[in-house]
Design a protein around this ligand. Structure first.
Ligand code: NDP
Ligand code: MG
Length: 385
């Protein structure tokens, strides 16, 4: 029986993790759940899963008596950290969105808890610190992001062989076939309509701009200790191959499956075992073709920014991430056009100097500097809608 804490329990990943935990209730006990402000949803989860601890970063005005007395409650801006310290858990699934998860990831490792990582922004912003902390704790970082889970699954068969190249697949998102002019002024509704995956709003917008793949290149750089030059991105619209690893002899290993996050979530939870997810299975008789395309940098300039951030090094990836969080939020609040997202990230990267050999505090300082600069740029006429 593994004891699991879920940070971001009310989100797309969090609810699917609870779903697979319920399916295997003989194997997993959910001992703590945390979210931001979705109180009603968290109350329902407390009733269904009976955790020892529940937490919200925003304290609700009222809590029904039955859930109030059902467990220990933690509220406030530092709720995630307090949950990590207080919970009786072997594993912490970090599935909050944005850099908000970074401190919780570091604290989980410091407390000797194993981290199952869906939240990619902490690795993008603080990859060096996070991977070093995991090594110091003697803990694996178990990837939940489907591409990184795919690579991790391929690596299980690699023995001592180092990969020569990682090939991250990308669906291409809703604008894969669109003309550049149309992408620049795409609407929120169009950006939020992902062809293959159902996910939270931030990552759905990131997928449309391909900044999600940019974040994933940086994530892969740290998870697999791989230089950026050996990480490729390949558009694969069917989302059947979730990513691939090429070895010295030219052999390529791939992991395939339906686009269902329950598989990578459960694999991280049960690794090295495989358990039934309850999801649909691949049916090759119904599959017409698996196709591949090269990403188009002129229509999706966001992807190249990952390689630039890694080349510059230091906290430039944190700057990229902070600017992107501001840009996506501004787009979702109708403050900028879709095409402004990558432009704002790029301009912020060129305006904020990175810090080298950064401490955790300095990573947060770079994040804040990027956010301030991005907000300032947002006020200029170049970003008017
Ligand atoms: P959602 O927006 O659906 O869910 C986010 C969750 O985090 C919610 O529970 C939310 O609580 C909580 N949360 C948000 N901000 C805070 C905060 N400051 N403090 C505490 N809790 C917070 O996101 P997703 O589940 O889609 O994504 C989560 C992470 O996983 C992201 O980093 C994403 O990139 C990554 N990921 C997601 C995939 C997916 O299929 N969805 C696939 C691969 C990676 P509340 O409901 O109260 O706001
Ligand atoms: Mg992914």
């Amino acid at each position: 029986m593994r004891k699991l804490a879920i940070l971001g329990a009310t989100g797309s990943i969090g609810t699917q993790a609870l779903d697979v935990a319920a399916r295997h209730s003989d194997r997993f006990a959910v001992t703590a759940i945390a979210a931001h402000s979705s109180a009603e949803k968290l109350f329902e989860q407390v009733r269904a899963f009976r955790p020892q601890i529940a937490a919200l970063t925003v304290e609700p005005e009222e809590i029904p008596a039955d859930v109030k007395n059902a467990c220990q409650w933690i509220f406030g801006p530092d709720a995630l950290l307090r949950v990590v310290r207080a919970c009786d858990a072997d594993d912490v699934l970090v599935s909050v969105v944005g850099i908000a998860g970074l401190s919780a990831v570091m604290e989980s490792l410091r407390c000797g808890k194993r981290v199952l990582l869906a939240n990619k922004e902490p690795l993008v912003a603080g990859g060096e610190l996070v991977t070093r902390a995991a090594q110091a704790a003697g803990q694996p970082l178990l990837p939940v992001d489907s591409e990184h889970s795919a690579i991790f699954q391929c690596m299980q068969g690699a023995g001592p062989n180092r990969p020569k190249r990682l090939i991250l697949t990308a669906s291409g998102g809703p604008f894969r076939t669109w003309a550049k002019e149309d992408i620049l002024c795409a609407t929120k509704e169009q950006a939020l309509k992902h062809p293959n995956w159902s996910m939270g709003r931030k990552i759905t917008v990131d997928s449309a701009s391909m900044l999600n793949k940019a974040l994933e290149v940086i994530e892969a750089r740290w998870l697999f200790d791989m230089p950026a030059e050996q990480i490729d991105v390949l558009i694969h619209p069917q989302s059947v191959i979730h990513s691939m690893v090429e070895f010295e002899d030219g052999a390529v290993m791939a992991q395939l499956g339906t686009p269902d996050m329950r598989l990578p979530i459960l694999y991280a939870m049960s690794w090295p075992e495989r358990l039934e997810t309850g999801g649909a299975r691949l049916d090759f008789s119904q599959m017409k073709a698996l196709t591949f395309e090269q990403p188009d940098p002129s229509r999706f300039p966001g992807l190249g920014l990952a390689y630039e951030a890694l080349r510059v090094g230091g906290t430039m990836s944190a700057i990229l991430n902070g600017a992107n969080e501001v840009a996506v939020d501004a787009f979702l609040h109708d403050r900028i056009h879709f095409g402004h997202i990558a432009q704002l990230v790029e301009e912020t990267m060129h305006a904020v100097a990175p810090v080298y050999h950064a401490t955790l505090d300095q990573v947060f300082e770079s994040d804040l500097a990027a956010r301030a600069k991005a907000q300032e740029l947002l006020g200029t006429s170049r970003f008017a809608v």
